[in-house]
Design a protein around this ligand. Structure first.
Ligand code: C5P
Length: 273
């Protein structure tokens, strides 16, 4: 693929996240419905010696250190590249930013590592970049048919939450899996009705570590969202709405009342591949 390449790194959203077990090595087995949003970071990959520059509203939340996932992705690909990351998503927030960024770097460098999940559990899903049911540690992916459009509100309390701490605080590790998704969801209400039967098992431990997450969920519910839930290991929560106008109105209301929070509205990303 010719470089330079500038590509969106769509935010990942776990519409559901069931923790169904734990392996002997401590990693957890998941069952999750994953979608991608229009909203995301932007990554530019250009020829040159390996380097990373950070821009964008959340650049200060990251350091351009060797363990940054973009640099790790380039090293895994065995390639040099000059990478610029426009960080629009809050860091360590349960919406896949780091994995999404690393997936763009791998794609731009035409790298297909055998075990991308070594960079992060969400990496295989982010490489696929389409609605999926994700199982195992994140490496078992079942593509879903195109989903009806969802209008998503995102609310983050303004602090990062480290994933290992959330898994550690989980009381019940052996929970029921998701119900079987329909072969096709005809419209948003059908999808939302299905999601109401699902859970995010990491929500309770995340709230125990960061009580503001419960405040975010309450604020989303108060705007009349059809569903309010946390994504991934948090702390970002989401609400689903019937129309983009409703999601935007809820965004304005919550942002106005909570100046320290990050609040955004987005549709689902169009399928790429
Ligand atoms: O792979 P990722 O960076 O998202 O994982 C961060 C940490 O979260 C892991 O080191 C592990 O402690 C925990 N984790 C887990 N089971 C998973 C995914 C992550 O226990 N399936």
């Amino acid at each position: 693929m010719p470089l330079p390449r500038r590509e969106a790194a769509p935010a990942k959203l776990n519409l559901s996240l069931h923790v169904t077990g734990r392996r002997a090595d401590g990693y957890h087995l998941l069952d999750s419905l994953v979608v991608f949003l229009e909203l995301g970071d932007v990554v530019t990959v250009a020829p040159g010696p390996l380097s990373l520059s950070l821009t964008g509203p959340f650049a200060q939340g990251l350091a351009a250190e060797p363990d940054n996932l973009c640099l790790r992705a380039a090293r895994l690909a065995g390639r040099e590249a000059r990478i610029t990351l426009e960080k629009n998503l809050p860091v360590a927030s349960g919406i896949g930013g780091g994995s999404a960024d690393a997936a763009v770097v791998l794609r731009a460098l035409d790298a297909r590592p055998e075990r991308p999940e070594t960079l992060g559990a969400d990496l295989p899903a982010c490489l696929a970049g389409r609605p999926l049911r994700m199982r195992g540690l994140g490496e078992i992916l079942v593509p879903l048919p195109p989903l009806p459009q969802l209008h998503v509100l995102l609310v983050n309390p303004g602090r990062g939450l480290p994933t290992p701490a959330v898994f550690k605080a989980l009381a019940q590790r052996d929970n029921p899996p998701m119900p079987e998704p329909l072969p096709d969801f005809p419209d948003a209400p059908a999808l939302i009705a299905f999601l109401q039967e699902c859970r995010n098992d990491l929500e309770a431990p995340a709230i125990a570590l960061m009580p503001e997450i419960a405040d975010c969920l309450a604020a989303i519910r108060a705007t009349g969202a059809a569903l309010a839930r946390m994504s991934g290991s948090g702390a970002t929560c989401f609400g689903l709405f019937a129309t983009a106008a409703q999601a935007q109105a809820a965004r304005a209301r919550i942002a106005g009342a909570n100046p320290g929070w990050w609040v955004a509205a987005s549709g689902l990303a169009p399928a790429k591949h």
